[in-house]
Design a protein around this ligand. Structure first.
Ligand SMILES: *[C@@H]1O[C@H](CO)[C@@H](O)[C@H](O)[C@H]1NC(C)=O
Ligand SMILES: [Zn+2]
Ligand SMILES: [Zn+2]
Length: 372
């Protein structure tokens, strides 16, 4: 109650400020925005700046500004006047006294009861999808574009399914109430009343006599929507990125969310990940295993990890390199990298090599002579 009356007071002061601002800018839209864009922008921004949620200075003023912009731009007549003659034109249209709707009432109506009372608005289904990206993209962070096929409200009929507003008539079967009441005589003089959803209009109370040519009366059309998925460095496997209200649209519900569950793609060999730890398998020759070696390993972002091992490396030996693992999600620093060494032996020895090795392992020629 208190916040509403405050807002009304505020409105009187704000009327002047609001007038000066560009209504499209208030909703972060261009002048070519569709009705759907306008609805979406209002939905997104009004939630962001609602004073119940946003306590920043200026959030309330912004909330009021957004409500006013939506009030004008969502009304075809008012929008046309505004486009041609600006706020001056609107004031003239309304007889010099511009009426502002209460932005809080508007918000409640739009969301079916504000933040608390969402149960009044039916929500469409939530879409959950697995989304695979390369481990390299998860290491560095990235932006990936993708598209989804979904249903959106038909632009032409705005979800009514009718060719024009005049083609929506009250249902004759139920008189517009959406239910049919039938009386049944069970005894002479005694009636039972039954109520059933009207089957002529499906309970809507209206029927469409001429279908919308654009959607064929379906109210929605298929649409390919493009999105960008932002991956933060070190994002955990199975992390859910929510695209708020991007599910199928329908006049019967508020669209549900699209949720992407992000995972790294399984790649043959190479890098493996467990949380912030990385694993790499490096293959070395028997000479390197015995004598030591230098190697450059190219990391996921192609920076070089220089390895310098002196002395003997056992097959299967695991070396830990601190700070060369995945970035720790939401924090600074990296996990560790574990390198496992795989030693390969030559498939054959020529006689020269064999002689030399025998010399190394068994000393001067005696052994060789025994064998011959
Ligand atoms: C590793 O890379 C550096 C340059 O980044 C180069 O100077 C060095 O020779 C390389 N070492 C090996 C063993 O390839
Ligand atoms: Zn009906
Ligand atoms: Zn249509």
């Amino acid at each position: 109650m208190h916040s509403t009356s405050c807002a009304l007071l505020l409105l009187l002061f704000l009327a002047v400020i609001v007038s000066a601002a560009d209504l499209y800018k208030a909703l972060e839209l261009s002048r070519h925005a569709s009705e759907q864009d306008i609805r979406k922008a209002y939905k997104r921004l009004s939630r962001k700046y609602h004073p119940d949620k946003n306590t920043d200075a200026g959030a309330e003023a912004k909330f009021v500004e957004i409500a006013h912009a939506y009030e004008v731009l969502s009304d075809t007549t008012k929008r046309q006047i505004y486009d041609r003659h600006g706020e001056e034109g609107l004031r003239a249209h309304e007889g010099g006294q511009q009426q502002h709707a209460n932005p809080f009432d508007m918000f409640s109506t739009f969301f079916g009861g504000g933040f608390g009372g969402q149960q009044q608005t039916r929500r469409g289904p939530t879409v959950m999808m697995d989304f695979e990206i390369s481990l390299a993209d998860m290491y560095t962070g990235s932006s990936t574009d993708f598209s989804l096929k979904k249903h959106v409200l038909c632009d032409h009929c705005r979800g009514s399914g009718a060719a024009s507003d005049g083609d929506i008539h009250p249902c004759r079967g139920c008189g517009g109430s959406g239910v049919k009441i039938s009386k049944q005589q069970i005894f002479p003089g005694m009636f039972a009343q039954t109520q059933a959803t009207c089957n002529d209009c499906g309970g809507r109370g209206t029927v469409v006599v001429k279908k919308c040519p654009h959607c064929g009366g379906q109210k929605v059309v298929e649409h390919i929507q493009h999105y960008t998925l932002d991956i933060d460095p070190g994002m955990s496997e199975g992390h859910e990125v929510i695209f708020d209200g991007e599910g199928d649209e329908s006049p019967d519900w508020e669209p549900g969310d699209v949720i992407l569950r992000v995972r790294s793609r399984k790649e043959e060999g190479g890098w493996r990940r467990k949380e912030s730890t990385l694993y790499w398998r490096e293959t070395i020759g028997i000479d390197e295993a015995l004598l030591g070696f230098k190697r450059n390993i190219s990391h996921l972002d192609e920076h070089i990890v220089a390895i310098d091992r002196k002395g003997v490396t056992q097959p299967g030996y695991v070396q830990m390199i601190e700070g060369e693992g995945m970035p720790v999600f939401g924090q600074s620093g990296n996990g560790n990298l574990y390198i496992e060494y795989n030693v390969v032996l030559p498939s054959e020895l020529n006689s020269e090599m064999r002689r030399k090795l025998e010399e190394v392992f068994y000393g001067s020629g005696d052994h060789q002579r025994d064998e011959l």
